[in-house]
Design a protein around this ligand. Structure first.
Ligand SMILES: NC(=O)c1ccc[n+]([C@@H]2O[C@H](COP(=O)([O-])OP(=O)(O)OC[C@H]3O[C@@H](n4cnc5c(N)ncnc54)[C@H](O)[C@@H]3O)[C@@H](O)[C@H]2O)c1
Length: 434
């Protein structure tokens, strides 16, 4: 049995380093795009810390692009790996110009941003990581890459039921090979995009914010809010799609790796409902694949690409009968990743694997979202009220204590911010017919 739950950031940790932003920075240039394996110049003077990079896999996607921007604003050098299977290279330019604007206004030099255009499962990734190897023999680190955030995955629940093998290949097999590769290069601070979907049937019990210990991977001693000591046992159930299972398997693999070798720091961030976008309107959700989530569908109705919004279920036990979800602004989510990376090194070895909910702790109904978007856009959203979908739940909201206490992170932005920023992006990307 593992140690009882009692997190203390000053507890002894293993050799995994705390990650902090670089102290001196190089400027971004247009040469920072790298088709597969062209030369990456890491030579020259400067401290190791000044040439530390965060590897962001899937960094051109919706959450990855916002997180990359946040990392650059916080002073981290970033190397993106993305095959653009669900994103566009233009995101790179948007991230660059927003980061430059930030640092110009602040009066400092922008950190370095690199793009490696490739499938993260390609053998070329080993060659690229080879270029980040630290040559100094006295260095305690092997790689200039001090942390990895892994966003790259396929994410459509519906598509995953039609093409399960493609999902297991990208989201699970890819993850295993990636961990082996990172291990070869001594890179051990790893942040994984998980999802509230891993809670499965826990969510159908409904009504209360869901806590991280309601889905665990190994037997754990736990003290509840009343001081009761108990042993929690792994309890997965009710995962209804291959996509959901890939996220669960991903977490379980990380938890097993951490148990075998506690010098890793493996963090699973369980996202609730990421929405909104960077407030300038330059960066937003722009997938190649068909979107099925509420905000993208509402956006399609607002720009005239869809006649109406289907509202599934109007008889849930909620304030207006429509389903409640925990909508988190993507900029808040991005800050959560920075906090997870920065605090991982201080975690004790017993928490080599750790999962955190990233949500607001407050739910909103579908009708509340529609109302907010109508106010932001000053347009009416036609809705088509229909029955519940199989497998849906009425209430899915995050308990946020663990992230607040251990990551020192909480959300700052509201549903109104999400709606206003989404609408600004639709306007500035030219999708709104006036
Ligand atoms: N958006 C959500 O609502 C949500 C909710 C919970 C969890 N997640 C998870 O968060 C992560 C990011 O989600 P997102 O909404 O930003 O998705 P996204 O599709 O916008 O971004 C994923 C990025 O990864 C890239 N990619 C995919 N497979 C790749 C591969 N094999 N090699 C290189 N690049 C690859 C895509 O081109 C894309 O740029 C995913 O793992 C997703 O499952 C998302």
């Amino acid at each position: 049995m593992r140690r009882s739950y009692s997190y203390n950031s000053s507890s002894s940790s293993t050799s995994s380093p705390c990650i902090s932003p670089v102290s001196s920075r190089s400027s971004i240039s247009d040469d920072d795009r790298d088709d597969d394996i062209s030369n990456l110049d890491l030579s020259g003077s400067g401290s190791l810390n000044a040439r530390s990079y965060i590897l962001v896999i899937g960094g051109l996607g919706f959450i990855g692009s916002h997180t990359t921007l946040e990392l650059l604003k916080e002073g981290y050098n970033v190397a993106i790996v993305d095959n653009m299977s669900n994103s566009y290279e233009s995101k790179f330019t948007s991230i660059q110009s927003l980061a430059k604007q930030h640092w110009t206004a602040k009066g400092g030099k922008c950190p370095d941003l690199k793009l490696h255009k490739l499938d993260y499962r390609s053998p070329a990734l080993r060659t690229i990581l080879g270029r980040y190897v630290i040559q100094e023999p006295e260095s305690s680190r092997l790689s200039y890459i001090s942390g990895v955030i892994h966003f790259a995955a396929y994410k459509s629940v519906e598509e995953s039921t039609r093409s399960p093998l493609a999902y297991y290949q990208n989201n699970v097999s890819g993850l295993i090979d990636l961990l082996v590769l990172l291990s070869d290069f001594g890179i051990q601070n790893f942040v994984f995009s998980s999802s509230a979907t891993v809670y499965g049937s826990v969510l159908s019990k409904g009504g209360k914010p869901v806590q991280e210990e309601q889905l665990i991977h190994h037997e754990t001693a736990h003290v509840d809010g009343q001081g009761q000591r108990m042993t929690l046992v792994p309890n997965v159930g009710g995962l209804t799609s291959p996509y959901g299972r890939t996220k669960y398997f991903g977490e379980a693999i990380l938890a097993d790796v951490a148990l075998a070798d506690p010098s890793w720091r493996l963090t699973a961030l369980r996202y609730f409902n990421p929405v909104g976008c960077e407030p300038s309107g330059l960066l937003g959700e722009d997938p190649r694949q068909k979107a099925t989530n509420l905000f993208p569908v509402v956006s399609q109705v607002l720009v005239g690409d869809r006649a109406s919004l289907d509202v599934f279920g109007t008889d849930w036990d909620t304030s207006d009968g429509t389903a409640v979800r925990d909508y988190i602004h993507v900029m808040d989510l991005a800050r959560g990743h920075v906090a997870a990376l920065a605090t991982a090194g201080a975690r004790p070895a017993d928490f080599a694997f750790r999962a955190y909910n990233l949500g607001t702790g407050t739910g909103s109904t579908v009708d509340q979202v529609v109302s907010c978007m109508q106010t932001a856009a000053k347009r009416t959203i036609p809705v088509n009220r229909t029955g519940r979908r199989t497998g849906d739940v009425g209430f899915c909201v995050a308990a946020t204590d663990r992230a607040r206490l251990e990551l020192g992170w909480e959300t700052q932005l509201s549903l109104e911010d999400c709606a206003a920023d989404t609408w600004r992006y639709l306007q500035s990307s030219g999708r709104v017919a006036v």
